[in-house]
Design a protein around this ligand. Structure first.
Ligand code: M3P
Ligand code: FE
Length: 314
C-alpha cells in the first residue's frame, strides 16, 4: 500500500532536438508520445508504463516535478489526508492533466520541489514482453538503460538561519509518505545535523535522496544499468557521443553504487547507476557518514573533494 516506486521526472530542456539525441542515443530511451505543447514523453526498454521522462521545452534547465507511483487509487486519498495533516497543502489534479495518466496528488516538499503521486498510467509493456521473454531486446541504443532509478534533489540549507530542508524533507517523507531512511551524512559541531539523506520505499538503497546546498534544485536523475561492465560501456558510449562527463566511472561509498555522472545538452545532470548495493529494509540499521569522511561516501576510491559536484546543479 502507498508509494511503490519512482514513476517519472519532468525536466526542462533548452534544445529539444539535442535533448532527444542525448536521451535516445546515449541513454537508450525511446519516445512514446508527444503532446500539442511540444512536450516529449520517453521510456526505457525495461519499463512497462507509458513514460518515465517528460522533456519540456524551456529557456532554462531544471526539474518541473518528480512523480511517484502508488499501488491503488485509494492510496492517493489516504496520502492526501496524511500530507495535509502534516501541514503541506495539496491539490488533486484531474485525470488527463498529464496524458495517459490518472489523477495526481500534487504538493511541494519543504525544500520547495514539486512532487506528484499517481496510481494509474497507461500500460504499454516492456520491449521483451511477458511471455518467454529474452533477457534484453534487439536494437538497444547507447547505454540501454533499464529504468529511471532515483533522483537526487539539492535542498536549501542555511544552518545559521535555522534552515535545513534536508532534515525537513526527511521527516516529511518518513511521517507523511512512509519512506525509510537508509543512509545519512551528519555534520555540525555536535555531528547531529542531517546534511544529506538517502531514502527508500523499495528494497534498494534509495528511491530519492536529498543533499543540502545554497539553494534548492535538481542534482541528478539516475538510470539503472545491470553491471559494472555496463557502466564502463556507458562511458564508452558517452565518449563516442561527445557527452560532457562530470565524473568518470567510479564507486560510491554511500549506497555502494557504481556510477558515472554526466550532463544532458541543457546541463541537467544524469547518472548511470549499477549495483543493488544491499538489501534495504525498514529494520536495517541506518548507515551514517561523518563530515570528515563525507567525500569517501561520495567517491569511495579517492575520497577527494570535487566541489563542482556539489556546487553545480540546475
Ligand atoms: C548518489 C547515489 C552526493 C551524492 C550522491 C550519491 C550528490 O548519487 O546515487 O548514491 O553528494
Ligand atoms: Fe544518484
Amino acid at each position: 500500500m502507498g508509494v511503490m516506486r519512482i514513476g517519472h521526472a519532468s525536466i526542462r530542456v533548452m534544445d529539444m532536438a539535442a535533448a532527444l539525441k542525448h536521451y535516445e542515443n546515449v541513454l537508450g530511451l525511446k519516445v512514446t508520445m508527444e503532446d500539442k505543447h511540444g512536450n516529449v514523453y520517453m521510456k526505457c526498454w525495461d519499463e512497462w508504463d507509458k513514460y518515465s521522462l517528460i522533456l519540456t521545452p524551456s529557456d532554462q534547465a531544471g526539474l518541473n516535478h518528480v512523480a511517484y507511483k502508488c499501488e491503488k487509487e485509494s492510496d492517493l486519498d489516504e496520502l492526501q489526508a496524511k500530507v495535509e495533516a502534516w501541514g503541506v497543502k495539496t491539490v488533486m489534479l484531474d485525470e488527463g492533466t498529464l496524458p495517459a495518466t490518472g489523477r495526481m496528488l500534487q504538493f511541494h516538499l519543504p525544500s520547495g520541489h514539486e512532487m506528484r503521486l499517481y496510481a494509474t498510467k497507461e500500460y504499454v509493456g516492456t520491449d521483451v514482453g511477458t511471455t518467454n521473454p529474452d533477457p534484453w531486446p534487439d536494437g538497444l541504443k547507447g547505454a540501454g538503460a533499464h529504468w529511471l532509478d532515483h533522483l537526487l534533489l539539492m535542498c536549501e540549507m542555511n544552518p545559521p538561519e535555522g534552515i535545513n530542508t534536508v532534515a525537513d524533507n526527511t521527516r516529511f517523507m518518513t511521517e507523511a509518505l512512509d519512506f525509510f531512511l537508509t543512509e545519512q551524512v551528519l555534520v555540525g559541531p555536535n555531528g547531529d545535523m542531517q546534511a544529506a539523506t538517502w531514502m527508500s520505499r523499495t528494497t534498494t538503497p534509495h528511491d530519492i535522496a536529498f543533499v543540502g546546498g545554497a539553494r534548492s534544485g535538481l542534482h541528478h536523475i539516475a538510470y539503472f544499468l545491470d553491471s559494472w561492465n555496463d557502466v564502463l560501456k556507458a562511458a564508452d558510449v558517452m565518449a563516442k557521443n561527445k557527452t560532457r562527463i562530470d565524473v568518470a566511472p567510479t564507486r560510491h561509498g554511500i549506497t555502494r553504487g557504481e556510477t558515472i555522472y554526466f550532463f544532458d545538452p541543457s546541463g541537467n545532470r544524469n547518472e548511470t547507476f549499477a549495483g543493488l548495493g544491499y538489501l534495504a529494509q525498514r529494520d536495517r540499521p541506518v548507515t551514517t557518514w561523518t563530515e570528515d569522511q563525507l567525500w569517501s561516501g561520495i567517491f569511495y576510491h579517492t575520497g577527494a573533494a570535487v566541489p563542482s559536484f556539489t556546487d553545480v546543479y540546475t
